[in-house]
Design a protein around this ligand. Structure first.
Ligand SMILES: Cc1cc2nc3c(=O)[nH]c(=O)nc-3n(C[C@H](O)[C@H](O)[C@H](O)COP(=O)(O)OP(=O)(O)OC[C@H]3O[C@@H](n4cnc5c(N)ncnc54)[C@H](O)[C@@H]3O)c2cc1C
Length: 493
């Protein structure tokens, strides 16, 4: 996988209170097996959560070592440097309410830009290509009543943001809201959704499936977003992280790609970020924690922050083991996938059919988004598949995924035939150490698990997007790192 080059300054070995516990005359491998380095806190994972935990701890004078499995920092904010320009494979949109992310960008001189507006998106439904303008009266539009005026890709917001029953975002864990912890399908049916609306909404929703995903967790995310979209009356412009959604609110992106932010954060750390160091065990005895990585390196600390998804944490050997409901949550929590296929158009082929470069479809390739550069010129046509459909694509060898997407696009949109080149296939489950796109609560799990997702386990403190309470995406990750750091500071002082 091609990555942008890691930040050199952050990665140089600097003086921590490293300790050698073995004779230095041992050969390298033997020495590694006995030597250990120590710091006040070991942070596992150099995504936004882990890096923000490390920064907060260092700011208060604690020594920190960050261990990162991948060969780059930033986790799910990876940016590819394509010839057409920097392109985000993961986190991108910075909402108006992302206080921490904005503050970090400001502190570390990482410029933010206002992205060009969203590029128009047509539809391919039940075998027909239909422009967004023609959709309400199209023969293949089998939705019912008010649904008919809503673009297929906006049906989730039509049903989950209109009359959102949560009085405020904090209330999602309150007992009075527990009745909403049912499947999204059940919630939408109760709101009068037609079968066709359910089918079409299942393409865009970032859950495994509508019949399993928790409506309550989704309503929480949308309630937070509604702070930003309250003044927008165009439901067809809404999206999960709010891109282009608000009138009068500022949505931003990081200039040069999101990964520039975690790189700047890593560069500002006094301690090292150790790349290519996947953690394999965390062992807590008395007031000491020992962390081992796969190459035999050993680290000791007073506390540890796990800033990896639970889908990763469950494969790290933690002793003593998690117990009770928390054990179940760590072992079983769902982490969805997104597969992205980055393509470049050779010509503006969309001008030869419905005129809209983006496409929502009810096929296996789901959605295609047009990507523009900072000047607003369309430079990419990127396929975006999530939910169970992404895991289905993962069954194909990576090389075959690109061909499958291009062929399917050519079949549903003949004008594109021979007009697009595949640049990169990226499956978050298959091609990243994070192993997922995002945490997903299934119906019934909010009631059961919300209280234990961020609960410290002995000297192991939990951060990462899956521990979020009210914030979304990157802001949730940054906030979780800050929270974990403060939990530790309170215990140390
Ligand atoms: C396709 C996509 C689009 C998105 N769009 C947006 C958006 O527009 N706006 C928004 O706000 N958010 C968005 N998000 C979500 C946002 O990117 C994430 O919520 C956030 O970056 C998660 O940060 P994190 O630190 O919790 O986890 P991660 O970034 O996953 O960090 C975890 C780190 O741990 C490392 N690791 C894994 N295993 C080990 C191990 N054994 N030992 C050591 N290290 C390990 C990983 O390599 C990784 O660096 C998007 C995400 C995706 C995937």
């Amino acid at each position: 996988m091609t990555h942008t080059s890691p930040p050199k300054r952050a990665l140089s070995r600097r003086g921590f209170n490293a300790a050698l516990g073995a004779a230095t005359s041992l050969p390298l491998l033997g020495r590694k097996a006995f030597a250990f380095e120590s710091a006040d806190v070991i942070v596992i994972g150099a995504g936004l959560a882990g890096l923000n935990a490390a920064l907060n701890l260092e700011q208060e004078g604690y020594s920190v070592i960050v261990l990162e499995a991948a060969d780059y920092v930033g986790g799910r904010t990876l940016t590819y440097d394509f010839p057409s320009g920097p392109t985000n494979a993961g986190g991108q949109t910075i909402g108006p309410y992302y206080a921490r992310v904005r503050d970090l960008a400001h502190r570390f001189d990482v410029p933010l830009i206002t992205p060009p507006g969203r590029v128009a998106m047509g539809n391919y439904v039940s075998g027909e290509l239909v422009s967004s303008a023609d959709w309400p009266n199209a023969k293949v539009n089998k939705t019912v009543g008010a649904e008919r005026n809503v673009q297929p890709g906006a049906l989730e917001f039509f049903y989950l943001s209109n009359n959102n029953p949560l009085p405020d975002v904090e209330s999602w864990t309150e007992a009075e809201q527990a009745h909403l912890d049912v499947s999204i399908a059940r919630y939408m049916i109760n709101k009068g959704a037609s079968e066709e609306a359910l089918r079409l909404a299942s393409i865009t929703m970032n859950v495994f499936s509508l019949s399993t995903g928790s409506a309550l967790a989704y309503l929480r995310d949308i309630k937070r977003l509604q702070w930003g979209i309250a003044t927008s009356d165009n439901q067809n412009t809404r999206s999960t992280y709010g891109a282009g959604a608000a009138d009068g609110f500022e949505f931003n992106e990081v200039a040069g790609g999101t990964q520039r932010l975690p790189e700047a954060m890593a560069a500002a750390l006094k301690g090292d970020v150790r790349l290519n160091q996947p953690v394999r065990s965390v062992s807590m005895t008395g007031d000491n924690v020992e962390v081992k990585t796969f190459d035999g390196s050993r680290f000791q600390s007073k506390y540890v922050v796990s800033a990896v998804p639970f889908s990763v944490l469950r494969n790290i050997d933690v002793f003593p083991h998690f117990e009770g409901i928390q054990r179940t949550a760590v072992r079983q929590s769902g982490h969805g996938n997104t597969v992205r296929v980055f393509m470049e158009p050779k010509t503006p082929f969309w001008d030869d059919d419905i005129g809209e470069p983006g496409l929502y479809s009810d096929t296996a390739i789901e959605r295609v988004f047009a990507r523009s550069n900072e000047e607003g010129e369309i430079v990419g046509i990127d396929c975006w598949v999530n939910g169970n459909a992404a895991f289905r694509l993962d069954q194909l060898p990576t090389e075959a995924v690109g061909d499958f997407v291009v062929d399917t696009l050519a079949n549903i949109r003949p004008a594109s035939r021979g007009k697009v080149d595949v640049i990169k296939v990226h499956s978050w489950a298959k091609h990243s150490a994070s192993g997922c796109c995002r945490h997903v609560f299934e119906a019934g799990q909010v009631k059961e698990w919300a209280d234990v997702m961020a609960k410290p386990h002995g000297r192991l403190h939990l951060a990462g997007e899956q521990t979020r309470s009210i914030e979304n995406g990157m802001e949730a990750a940054a906030k979780s790192g800050e929270r974990a750091a403060f939990e530790i500071m309170e215990r140390i002082s």
